[in-house]
Design a protein around this ligand. Structure first.
Ligand SMILES: Nc1ncnc2c1ncn2[C@@H]1O[C@H](COP(=O)(O)OP(=O)(O)OP(=O)(O)O)[C@@H](O)[C@H]1O
Ligand SMILES: [Mg+2]
Length: 356
């Protein structure tokens, strides 16, 4: 075990040294590698290197734990976004892609300065100060909504897709990606219910755009003058509503106790989510109704449930007392299950939730 770790750190260090010589034309010394986070199928390392008197160079390197085509997909997506547009827009960015190493299954990007939005929401959660900080958090929601509307507008295509078709397509994708989420019977029920609700809404077709695919406060880095969105592993094309609903539901899920953001209650997050939607709608090419968002949020609950089930399956040894992450995942999966259940049982669920 210890040897494997050493080999990985040596491989990472060697690669970073190579990257810095090749891309930055510099001779690095004192390279430090530190594990930053562990996802379901990848680990992320912060790699720092000194380069003389200048500030150290900091890269984030994502290392796949198993064969993972999405690493290449993420690199290609970032390259495209960076080349085409984002390097010009200093305020709304993506991280600069630096290196993709196929053999080592590693992707390196430049560090974005700032704090994760999830951390910002967490800091400012002391109950007594909740409403005092609300104005500031609302400002963060505006920035995030503007980033997203801008991104959708930049990646838009000329094709359109009906709301019902988009829903069915994204439902299939989410089930493919997270098969443990629902039983076959539940999937069929969901598909029928979503289709009937979508048809009864009779909305205009949606413009097809690029979607980030995992747009949530963990993947948004904010500093005084910049909003940077990271982690494009799930980038795809389809209705931009997927990202909008994803972000709104993640806020809702994070009101589950034991999360860093848990000082706030559900009502507070729904209010922020509504602010986000208002700003998004005022900037985007196509505004979304709350009914449309409410139908799409079911997909995010399925995804959250699939993620939680897979994560708990992978980590069966850890008891709930010793792993707060496992506890959080269990709580979120209970909440997601409840939401899916009430959607399936309720006759008029499209009109609920965000209207309150
Ligand atoms: N370019 C970057 N700048 C600043 N922080 C970063 C950057 N890339 C990654 N991080 C930090 O590392 C964490 C994990 O990175 P990332 O979101 O790319 O991977 P992940 O969520 O583990 O991957 P996956 O979505 O495949 O599970 C982020 O939440 C963030 O704190
Ligand atoms: Mg992430």
């Amino acid at each position: 075990m210890c040897c494997r770790k050493e080999t990985l750190e040596t491989a990472l260090t060697n690669r970073v040294e190579y990257i810095l010589r090749e891309h930055y034309k510099t001779s690095p010394f004192n390279i430090r590698v530190r594990k930053k986070s562990s996802g379901l199928d990848s680990d992320v390392y912060l790699c720092q290197a000194d380069i003389g008197d200048d500030e150290p160079i900091r890269l984030y390197t994502k290392k796949s734990r198993k064969e993972r085509p999405s690493m290449k997909h993420e690199y290609e997506t970032l390259n495209h976004l960076w080349d085409q547009y984002y390097y010009k827009e200093r305020q709304m960015t993506v991280p600069k892609p630096i290196d993709y190493w196929e053999d080592g299954e590693m992707l390196s990007v430049e560090r974005a300065k700032g704090s994760r939005l999830s951390t910002i929401l967490g800091y400012e959660g002391l109950p007594l100060l909740r409403w005092f900080y609300y104005t500031d958090l609302r400002e963060q929601m505006n920035r995030v909504a503007n980033w997203l509307a801008h991104f959708h507008s930049f990646t838009r295509k000329t094709q359109r897709i009906s709301f019902n078709e988009a829903l069915q397509e994204d439902l299939e994708n989410v089930i493919l990606q997270w098969p443990p989420a629902l039983s076959l019977m539940q999937i069929e029920k969901c598909a029928t219910k979503l289709r009937d609700s979508a048809l009864s809404l009779d909305t205009a077709p949606h413009i097809i755009t690029g979607r980030h695919g995992d747009f949530d406060p963990d993947n948004i880095i904010i500093s005084a003058d910049q909003t940077c969105v990271i982690d494009f592993a799930y980038f795809s094309f389809g209705t931009p509503l997927l990202d909008v609903a994803n972000f709104m539901v993640t806020l809702e899920l994070h009101s589950t106790p034991f999360h860093t953001m848990s000082f706030h209650n559900l009502r507070f997050y729904r209010k922020l989510a509504n602010d986000f939607l208002v700003t998004y709608n005022s900037t985007a090419d196509l505004p979304f109704s709350k009914d449309e968002v409410n139908l799409y949020r079911v997909l995010k609950f399925i995804r959250a449930l699939g993620y939680a089930k897979k994560a708990l399956e992978m980590d069966p040894g850890k008891s709930l007392q010793t792993s707060p992450r496992a506890l959080l995942q269990r709580l979120q999966s209970m909440y997601a299950t409840q939401q899916i259940k009430s959607f399936l049982e309720d006759d008029d669920s499209g009109k609920k939730s965000f209207d309150k």
